[in-house]
Design a protein around this ligand. Structure first.
Ligand SMILES: Nc1ncnc2c1ncn2[C@@H]1O[C@H](COP(=O)(O)OP(=O)(O)O)[C@@H](O)[C@H]1O
Ligand SMILES: [Mg+2]
Length: 643
């Protein structure tokens, strides 16, 4: 995936003053800024661009996130039930310990004082020991199991996300920049991972401990228990405040870290353009801004924790002091035993300790749910060009291509093609010429089904492309463009990409057929030369030749060349030209080219203007027609430029 328009993409991140408090500075280069959405408009990834999350929308996001989490956990139900059992055992053991201390003090010590031996105390101590050991083992089991489940869930989610991103249409990827894709699959997944790894554990333990402890406190001594419960109102108030504030704050940190990643990735993906246009200083400014936003958001988060944690401790310690004083008087009056008081104080400690974990959990939970919101949004995006359920089989294609009364618009209300009819018999080579923006590439994209027509249909051998399985279509229709992406691997691998089961011999033959073997064999390891990612080692022309070899090896019924020869020098183009006659001989071809030398090999030329065919004929015929013919004019200009 490439993002060539860095300036445009970066502008979406850091348009002046646009990053301060305006929600998500993530809109791509569609020009659609952050907007308030309502009703059902927020489905899919749209909510990412929302300025304010309305109540209705928030509910929808939560349901959607929960559904995703549910579906991820479904296959682990048995393991989860086991986990619950383990956690219950662990907590029972933990809760038992202070009570055993009480028994030890109240029932174990008096016999010793009375000289009746230490049997009770020893027994109680032994039971405490058992509890401690059980607790330790249960804890270990819990950590091990929950870690395993967490990792499996994350693995599954990463796998789903990758597969989904791959299946989403190029139209989606046009809008959703690579920075956002990376942000989703790295920092968002990490946030979820953190919650599953530590946060979940913290919450379960904390809730069980707190509920369990509160119950035991009331049972142990109602009066002291009620005093301890006095801590509840300030505790609830503080926790609520923290929840509200941290919800905002953590949403903000997620957004700002996403902005940092997006800007980073886009600057680096477009590094050539960045350097060519000396965009570095401005990029640094923007980066400094988004980075600063991120720091500020984190600082706010720390400030919240910095108030919340000591607050909890304070409430806890004050409560303990109160209980101690009151308990001491009650003990003197003989209303509670010393053992009960001791147990009470230990329970209280146990009660307040996990409160801090709850806050910690709340942080991870906030991050994770914000991340989950976005990930579930991506997963909710339907591949626009859905595969049909009952595809028409087409093992062999003749290559008859047609657009029937086809209209198309990228942006609603701005038609690029309106009611276009175009029919190309099998085996014909058609050249599309016309000014930039006339709609040539759009036609190519419709014929190769990177987009579906807004109305009308695109057909292959009379079958609507929507009724063909994607595999079938890709086997029969191949498009070569100017952007030729080479993957990490050898040259041979890259050519074989067109037909994975091809032999070395076939790879060589196809390279030879288009005249690419000369330069390939001159490389250090010939066909086994590793191309760096993005084919850095090859020139644009050489990459193009590899792409041709790839397409030739794929041997499709329909081949589309969209300005595919434009980065070749004249000698290479001559070479390809000669090869093209071979390549195109037995198939349908659509050639889009500016160099009329390439157009001349076509059987038929269509001159396009504003999505309409304004002239049509053989290359020679159109030139012969001369006069005010557009092709004739183009041809004259071309001849002149050669002179
Ligand atoms: N991804 C897109 N989103 C919105 N408009 C587009 C997109 N791609 C092309 N267009 C518009 O569609 C029209 C035709 O473009 P295109 O088919 O690429 O022209 P050509 O290949 O003839 O130069 C142009 O007006 C262009 O602005
Ligand atoms: Mg074009």
């Amino acid at each position: 995936m490439t993002t060539t328009d860095t300036s445009g993409a970066a502008g979406g991140v850091g348009s002046p003053g646009g990053t301060h408090g305006t929600g998500i500075p993530e809109s791509g280069d569609t020009g659609v800024g952050p907007v308030a959405l309502d009703g059902a408009d927020w489905r899919g990834v749209a909510a990412e661009d929302a300025d304010d999350v309305t109540a209705d929308m928030g509910l929808g996001l939560r349901t959607r996130s929960r559904r995703l989490l549910g579906s991820l956990l479904r296959s682990h139900q048995r393991a989860l039930r086991w986990l619950v059992a383990v956690v219950l055992v662990e907590n029972a053991a933990r809760l038992a310990i202070p009570y055993l201390v009480k028994i030890g003090i109240d029932l174990g010590i008096p016999p010793i004082q009375a000289g009746e031996g230490s049997r009770t105390l020893v027994t109680v101590t032994a039971v405490v020991l058992v509890c401690v050991v059980v607790q330790a083992f249960a804890r270990a089991e819990f950590l091990l199991r929950s870690g395993r489940i967490g990792q499996q869930v994350v693995l599954e989610l990463r796998r789903r996300l990758f597969r989904h991103f791959q299946r989403l249409s190029t139209a989606f990827h046009d809008r959703y920049t690579s920075g956002r894709v990376i942000s989703r699959s790295t920092s968002d997944i990490d946030a979820l991972e953190e919650m599953l790894d530590s946060g979940f554990d913290g919450l379960v333990t904390a809730v069980l401990t707190m509920v369990g402890t509160a119950t035991v406190l009331l049972l142990l001594d109602l009066e002291l228990g009620l005093v301890a419960l006095l801590a509840f109102p300030p505790l609830i108030w503080l926790t609520r405040w923290f929840r509200r504030e941290s919800a905002l704050t953590y949403r903000r940190t997620r957004e700002t870290v996403a902005a940092v990643i997006v800007h980073f990735v886009e600057s680096m993906t477009g590094i050539r353009a960045v350097q060519a246009f000396r965009r570095e200083p401005r990029n640094e400014e923007i980066f400094a801004e988004v980075n600063e936003d991120y720091r500020r958001a984190n600082e706010r988060a720390f400030r919240l924790v910095g108030l919340f944690m000591p607050g909890i401790k304070l409430i806890g310690n004050v409560t303990i002091a109160l209980v101690l004083i009151l308990g001491a008087y009650r003990a003197l009056d003989g209303e509670v035993t010393v053992g009960t008081l001791a147990a009470f104080l230990i329970y209280l400690r146990q009660f307040f300790e996990p409160m801090q974990e709850v806050s910690q959990f709340y942080n991870t939970f906030q991050s994770a749910s914000a991340a989950l919101e976005k990930i579930s949004g991506v997963l909710e995006e339907r591949p626009q060009l859905a595969d049909t359920e009952h595809p028409v089989p087409l093992p062999v294609a003749h290559g008859r291509v047609a657009l029937e009364d086809t209209s198309f618009e990228y942006v609603p209300g701005r038609p690029v093609l309106a009611g276009l009819d175009l029919s190309i018999p099998a085996g014909q080579t058609v050249a599309l010429v016309g000014t930039t923006g006339a709609g040539k590439t759009t036609i190519a994209k419709l014929v190769s089904r990177f987009y579906d027509p807004t109305s009308g249909r695109a057909t292959l051998d009379g079958i609507d492309l929507r009724e063909l399985a994607d595999d079938t279509l890709r086997r029969h229709v191949v498009m070569v463009t100017q952007e030729n992406f080479l993957f990490a691997g050898t040259i041979a691998d890259n050519i074989r990409f067109g037909r994975p089961d091809a032999t070395d011999e076939q790879v060589r033959e196809s390279a030879a057929a288009i005249g690419a073997h000369t330069f390939i064999e001159a490389l250090p390891q010939g066909f086994d030369t590793q191309v760096e990612t993005r084919g850095g080692r090859l020139s644009a022309g050489q990459r193009q030749l590899v792409a041709f070899a790839r397409a030739f090896l794929a041997d499709p019924a329909v081949l589309i060349l969209d300005e595919a020869t434009s980065s070749l020098d004249i000698p290479s183009e001559r070479l390809v030209q000669r090869a093209l006659r071979t390549i195109l001989a037995e198939r349908t071809a659509i050639i889009i080219a500016h160099r009329l030398s390439t157009v001349e090999i076509a059987d038929r030329v269509l001159v396009l203007e504003h999505g309409q065919v304004v002239e049509e004929g053989t290359p020679a015929g159109l030139i012969a027609a001369g006069g005010d013919g557009r092709y004739a004019a183009l041809h004259d200009a071309w001849i002149e430029s050669l002179a």
